[in-house]
Design a protein around this ligand. Structure first.
Ligand code: ZN
Length: 329
């Protein structure tokens, strides 16, 4: 029995030992496992923290990118506005340029129109003849006046201011003819040197006439308004044909040239005048020179021939048709 008890004790002890060992082993295993879990938890926590931090960093980065984007958007908007401003400025400049070009073109056209200014409208249809005598007065002027008186024909004398017979302007006027201003010197080079030079010459002849018979406002340009002897002063006739009328003068050219300045003899003068006159349907203005003896000799036949063609004679006045030539300079 004792033995049995002994064995029982031993078995019991062994069982206790085994159970204790197992318990210890299980405890150790659990303890180890707990440490492992704890470590994993710590690792996971730290990872979570890192992730949070990363997230926060990402959030901040996102907000920075967003603010950058906003700044860029604003900059783009500003640039677009600036661009629109520049575009409108360009449009304005273009419009201004177009306006300038239109003005320039208009000016060019105006200048061209002046350079090739056409003659006035056709002369009046009435068969009036304006006989005109340039470059006097001179001794011969008195003979001309006698012939005109014989036919009761009126004429117009465009006088030269420095003529030694300038006093005859009074005889001309007293006989019922008209006096006009031609030039003081008749020196083409000098009087067409400049616009101012022309007006100096005009003022000189005007003063010479005025002190004898009063103010005269009829003008004939030396060489006519179509002259090319003034070419050394480009455009001067274009300007003078405006400025002289603006100064209150009326200027007259002619539409029948007697040719007496070209040394025509009296027969040639008669033929030239009557032939040209016969081809006109209305008013005529005949260019002659009282300083030419051939003209004096031709004059009676010229007057008679014109009367036969139906013309009557009158003096030019400020309002008469101007017979203007086309300006060539
Ligand atoms: Zn002349």
């Amino acid at each position: 029995m004792a033995f049995f008890n002994e064995v029982k004790n031993i078995v019991f002890t062994v069982i206790i030992v085994i159970l204790s060992t197992t318990l210890i082993a299980v405890s150790v295993v659990f303890a180890l496992r707990g440490a492992e879990i704890n470590e994993a938890y710590l690792t996971a926590s730290s990872e979570l923290e890192t992730t949070r931090e990363n997230l926060a960093a990402t959030e901040s980065e996102k907000s920075s990118v967003e603010s950058q984007l906003e700044a860029e958007r604003q900059e783009r908007q500003r640039l677009e506005q600036e661009n629109a401003g520049l575009k409108s400025e360009i449009e304005q400049l273009k419009a201004k340029k177009a306006e300038e070009e239109a003005k320039k073109l208009a000016l060019q056209q105006q200048q061209q129109a002046q350079q090739v200014r056409p003659p006035q409208t056709p002369p009046p249809a009435t068969k009036v003849c304006y006989l005109t005598f340039d470059d006097g007065p001179c001794e011969n002027t008195l003979a001309i006046l006698n012939i005109l008186a014989r036919y009761n024909a009126k004429a117009t004398f465009f006088v030269k201011g420095n003529s030694k017979c300038i006093d005859y302007v009074k005889n001309i006027k007293d006989a019922g003819h008209a006096v006009g201003l031609h030039t003081y010197t008749h020196d083409y080079k000098q009087l067409y040197a400049s616009d101012a030079a022309y007006f100096n010459d005009l003022n000189a002849v005007s003063a010479a006439v005025e002190q004898r018979i009063g103010n005269v406002k009829l003008v004939r340009f030396p060489g006519g308004s179509s002259n090319e002897v003034s070419k050394h002063c480009p455009g001067i006739m274009t300007r003078l044909t405006k400025s002289v009328p603006e100064a209150g003068y009326a200027y007259f050219d002619w539409n029948v040239d007697s040719g007496d300045a070209m040394k025509f003899n009296s027969q040639q003068i008669i033929e030239a005048v009557l032939s040209q006159a016969s081809k006109k349907s209305g008013a005529i203005c005949v260019l002659m020179h009282d300083i030419k003896i051939n003209t004096t000799q031709a004059l009676p036949s010229v007057i008679e021939g014109l009367i036969q063609q139906g013309y009557y004679f009158d003096v030019l006045s400020h309002d008469s048709y101007g017979f203007h030539h086309g300006v060539k300079n």
